[in-house]
Design a protein around this ligand. Structure first.
Ligand code: TTP
Ligand code: MG
Length: 361
């Protein structure tokens, strides 16, 4: 059966919600992310609204660079950027509301991330599906006071690419027979699954667009890239995607990380912060549907960005009363990296993380 799949992605989601929360921010360039500390901050940009994107600011850009771009804009007489920390409660609440709106119109919805949703409209003809998408867009605008972009197509891949094509506040329908013309001119990076590394391998072969990518056979791509990636990308370049909508994606891990303001070597500072962070992660586990977890992994990133993981799987799973045991075990894993046992050059620590997984319900 032919499918009709929608993909909805909120426009500059975190920044749009901040703009909505504070009326005086309206129309101003906004960046949500780490503290820029007048150019000395060490984190990255979570997102920038479209006004701030005009300055060249994007997700994942170092926050110090975003600060410089804002300063440059200020010198040119433009508005300076408003930098804000993230407020996940606000974003999660809105995400839930949006999900409930989409669910009113489709009985099969998959949440792809905090701000994107796939939904199945195959029970309708295309005209009706189009009208439903318009209603969803309108309802989000009225109820949530922010905009989204929707793509409609014969599968998840095409719907997602179409949603990203006319941002912000976009709506694009791609029919089966339009797929080829739609995909051909697009840069290869548009294909979900082609990241920096894969793209670079392809750029080196002078492959820049999907049309150029399609000159290579499946076998050739399997040789050039990893076998599975090669086949995956061969199919995606032709708009072929049979993946179903997965309504309930199980959470597989609960994790978090802290980046220190300055790289640190002081064992007291590191362990204090880390144990406090362990408690936060443990509380997220206690508030989840899971009763127990079996595997604990810690991650350490040194000042030279070398990153190491170390973990333990318990014979007897840990439960909601085992915070002391968790702290003991994380320290046992961490301490060798703070002295010469596993850190012979005594490098400073930049980041540490913790992950709980292997859950029992
Ligand atoms: P995106 O949908 O990728 O970005 P966006 O909604 O901000 O902008 P667009 O209009 O292009 O869709 O991500 C959703 C949210 O996830 C985003 O608002 C912030 C967060 N995020 C990060 O924290 N870090 C990242 O690197 C990215 C890409 C997103
Ligand atoms: Mg988005």
């Amino acid at each position: 059966m032919k499918r009709i799949i929608g993909h909805l992605d909120m426009d500059s989601f975190f920044a749009s919600l901040e703009e909505r929360a504070t009326p005086s921010f309206k129309g101003k360039p906004i960046v949500v992310g780490s503290d820029p500390k007048e150019g000395k901050g060490r984190g990255v940009v979570s997102t920038a609204n479209y006004k701030a994107r005009e300055y060249g600011i994007r997700s994942a850009l170092p926050i110090s660079k975003a600060w410089q771009l804002s300063e440059k804009a200020k010198k040119e007489g433009k508005e300076e950027v408003i930098f804000l920390p993230s407020n996940f409660d606000l974003y999660e609440r809105s995400s839930e509301k949006i999900l409930s709106i989409v669910k009113k119109y489709s009985s099969k919805v998959e949440q792809g991330s905090i701000d994107e949703f796939y939904f199945d409209l195959s029970d309708n003809n295309l005209k009706k599906a189009e009208n439903i998408c318009k209603k969803i867009k309108q309802e989000i605008k009225t109820e949530e006071k922010i905009t989204c972009s929707i793509g409609l197509g014969p599968n998840k891949l095409i719907a997602k690419i179409a949603a990203g094509k006319n941002k912000p506040d976009g709506f694009l329908i791609i029919k089966e027979e339009e797929i080829e013309d739609f995909l051909n001119p697009l840069p290869i990076r548009t294909i979900p699954g082609i990241g920096n590394k894969t793209a670079q391998i392809l750029y080196d072969l002078k492959i820049g667009t999907i049309k150029q990518l399609k000159k290579y056979s499946c076998e050739e791509l399997k040789k050039i890239l990893h076998s599975k990636t090669g086949e995956d990308i061969y199919l995606k370049a032709r708009g072929i995607d049979k993946t179903p909508i997965i309504e309930y994606r199980e959470v597989k891990s609960i994790s978090g990380q802290i980046t220190f303001e300055d790289d640190v070597s002081d064992i007291v500072i590191i362990t204090e912060r880390y144990l406090k962070h362990n408690e936060e992660i443990f509380n997220r586990f206690k508030n989840s549907n899971f009763k127990k977890f079996k595997t604990l992994t810690i991650t350490i990133r040194f000042s030279d960005f070398k990153t190491i993981s170390s973990g333990k799987t318990f014979k007897d799973a840990l439960g909601e009363n085992d915070i002391k045991l968790l702290k003991k075990e994380t320290l046992r894993l961490l301490l060798p990296f703070l002295d010469r046992r596993k850190n012979p050059k005594m490098k400073r620590i930049r980041l540490i993380g913790i992950r709980l997984e292997n859950f029992e319900k």
